[in-house]
Design a protein around this ligand. Structure first.
Ligand code: GLU
Length: 458
């Protein structure tokens, strides 16, 4: 199988585009075929080198390697122009000055569902310099063979003679795509369902050339959890945003692969090589798939913990260094390892780590609400008793701290949280952190007492 991903580089790679790229990649790698990358850069204003690089960068991050060099569609323009000329010479296409209004008037006369036929229309141009180029649609039907949707038959009578080139001979999108797929020997075109209406036009071009037709797989739309078309409203909508939010590429690949995959539950952890073996494009459901960031988060948490503490610490170190925390963690590998160990069950992205455990390195945060609630006069009294207890402990380990503070709760006859939360807020500055005994042990006695003293001093 030879497949391709053909993005138009208009900015970030969206989740839907990433899914199309991934499904192509899985099909190619699973069949020993080829995965080509074609940059559809015909919109010259938007196809900047930066936008192209953004797409490549997102694919690299996802680990979707392509075969050969990426090709730019604009480099094929001469070939596209040759095909237009050939179709004109063979009278399979003609020049036409018909405007949108002319087409409307035609339909008013012949019926709204009748495709525009311009070859015998007054707007047909005989001047080879004048008029856009339209392809003659023959009689009959055009069948899109689709591995997900089955066969879709378009009656040609309803299809307008498509415009394939502008008056200046510059080729239009549907011609360019059809020719590029043909020339690259693409066997399967896997792309979003939004292209379904283009497919008959592309097939008509191929038929006019007497060329073989590829098989298609149009992927259903992606919806958010609320059933509406996926957009920024639903959270991270591009690969770049997912990366910045601290997701792991393997988890993203796993989640996207299972989205709408007919026989899989989208919460299953399936490693990449296994996905390559098991993925089958014809099992993708034709119903819209739901992209649910909460499920991705959950899966990501599993992938994070699956790296083991040392692996996770290395991943987190890389992320922290890239996000401006290099100085705070420099030379503190042991603390980082401990912090990761005591945080891992509570984080689902690498970004969560600093929110949860950054205080271990950077000092308590300033969460006013938490301080007002847990460091008021009554709680400070408990905290003073906590200080006395902690100062006497040796060794200052999680277990020892745990036992001593539980005993203190018993002695004072209060609720555990009235003793533990003031300590937590003293250490972290907020009411959410890894386990409070673990946090105290990670900071060590001196630093713990320093923070408690600061809290007692107000
Ligand atoms: N360039 C098109 C897009 O980015 C995809 C074309 C195709 O896959 O045929 O939506």
């Amino acid at each position: 199988m030879r497949v391709r991903f053909a993005p138009s580089p208009t900015g970030a790679l969206h989740v839907g585009g990433a899914r199309a790229a991934l499904y192509n990649w899985l099909v190619a790698r699973g069949s020993g075929g080829e995965f080509l990358l074609r940059i559809e850069d015909t919109d010259k204003e938007r196809s900047t080198p930066e936008n192209i690089e953004q797409i490549l960068d997102a694919l690299r991050w996802l680990g979707l390697d392509w075969d050969g060099e990426p090709v730019l569609q604009t480099t094929h323009e001469d070939r596209h122009r040759d095909v237009v000329r050939q179709l004109l010479d063979e009278d399979k296409a003609y020049r036409s000055t018909a405007t949108a209004d002319d087409v409307k008037a035609y339909k008013a006369e012949h019926g709204a569902d009748r495709g525009f036929r311009g070859a015998d229309h007054p707007t047909r141009s005989t001047d080879p310099e004048v008029g856009a180029v339209r392809l003659r649609v023959p009689e009959g039907a055009t069948v899109v063979r689709d591995l997900i949707r089955g066969d879709t038959t378009f009656q040609n009578v309803h299809l307008d003679d498509p415009v394939i080139a502008r008056a200046d001979g510059s080729p239009l999108y549907n011609l360019a795509v059809a020719i590029d797929d043909l020339d690259a020997g693409i066997t399967h075109v896997i792309r979003g369902e939004d292209h379904l209406s283009n497919t008959p036009k592309q097939l008509l071009v191929l038929q006019a050339l007497g060329a073989d037709e590829p098989v298609y797989a149009h992927l259903p739309l992606l919806h958010g959890p609320d059933g509406k078309k996926l957009s920024k409203r639903h959270g991270a909508a591009s690969v770049q945003e997912l990366r910045d939010a601290g997701y792991l590429p393997d988890a993203v690949v796993n989640y996207l692969a299972l989205l709408g995959w007919g026989d899989a539950d989208d919460e299953t952890e399936i490693p990449r090589d296994e996905l390559v073996k098991r993925f089958a494009i014809d099992r993708v459901s034709k119903n819209p798939a739901r992209f649910d960031e909460q499920k991705l988060k959950w899966l990501n948490g599993k992938y994070l913990r699956g790296q083991g503490v040392d692996g996770l610490a290395a991943t987190i170190r890389g992320h922290l260094e890239a996000t401006g925390h290099a100085d705070e963690i420099a030379g503190r590998d042991d603390l980082l390892r401990t912090a990761v160990e005591i945080s891992q069950e509570k984080i689902s992205t690498v970004d969560d780590f600093w929110t949860l455990a950054g205080f271990l390195f950077a000092g308590p945060v300033d969460d006013r609400k938490a301080r007002d609630k847990w460091l008021d006069a009554g709680h400070l009294e408990h905290l003073a008793a906590v200080r006395e207890t902690l100062a006497a402990l040796d060794p200052f380990s999680t277990d020892v701290v745990d036992q001593a503070l539980r005993a203190l709760v018993g002695e004072r006859g209060v609720k555990a949280k009235d003793v533990f939360q003031p300590l937590r807020v003293a250490l972290a500055g907020t009411a959410v952190s890894p386990g409070v005994f673990e946090s105290a042990a990670a900071l060590g006695r001196d630093e713990t007492l320093r923070r408690v003293d600061a809290a007692l001093a107000g």
